[in-house]
Design a binder for this molecule. Structure first.
Ligand code: NI
Length: 138
C-alpha cells in the first residue's frame, strides 16, 4: 500500500523571550542577545504539520482535511495565536519557548488527537525568513 505524507500550512503570531532563570542577566544577554529582551519580542510563525498514512479507498484521502484543520486550530492555534508564549501557555511553561521546544511541545500536543492509522511525520516551525526547525518525533 502506498504511504504518503500530507502537509497543512498554518500561521500564527506570538511573543516570546529566550531566558534561562538559572543564569545571571549578564549570561542571558550574552547567550540570547536581543532575544532576552525583558519586554519580549514578536514573530510571525509559520507552522507546517505533516501526517503520514495510506489513502482510504472510500475517500482517496489519508485524513479528512477539515478534521485536521479543526484539530490544529483547537489544539495549537487557539492556544498560541497572539499570545505571550512565556506567560500565557500552560503547556509551554516547563521550557524556554525556543522554536525547538515549541516544535516538540506541538508534536506532543497533537499526537493523541490524530485518528487511528494517521501518524504525525514532521513538524516544521518557521520563526523568521532565515530560521526554522524540523522535528520528526525522535
Ligand atoms: Ni524570538
Amino acid at each position: 500500500m502506498a504511504v504518503l505524507h500530507l502537509t497543512r500550512k498554518e500561521h500564527f503570531n506570538a511573543a516570546h523571550r529566550l531566558w534561562n532563570d538559572r543564569w545571571s542577566e549578564e549570561k542571558n544577554n550574552e547567550v540570547f542577545g536581543k532575544c532576552a529582551n525583558p519586554h519580549f519580542h514578536g514573530h510571525n510563525f509559520d507552522l507546517h504539520i505533516s501526517v503520514k498514512g495510506t489513502p482510504d479507498p472510500d475517500t482517496g484521502c489519508i485524513i479528512n482535511l477539515k478534521d485536521l484543520k479543526k484539530i490544529i486550530h483547537k489544539e495549537i492555534l487557539e492556544e498560541l495565536d497572539h499570545k505571550n508564549l512565556n506567560i500565557e501557555v500552560e503547556w509551554l511553561s516547563h521550557c524556554i519557548p525556543s522554536i525547538e521546544n515549541m516544535a516538540i511541545s506541538i508534536w506532543q500536543r497533537l499526537l493523541p488527537h490524530l485518528p487511528p492509522g494517521v501518524e504525525l511525520s514532521k513538524i516544521v516551525l518557521w520563526e523568521t525568513h532565515n530560521n526554522y526547525v524540523e522535528y520528526y518525533g525522535e
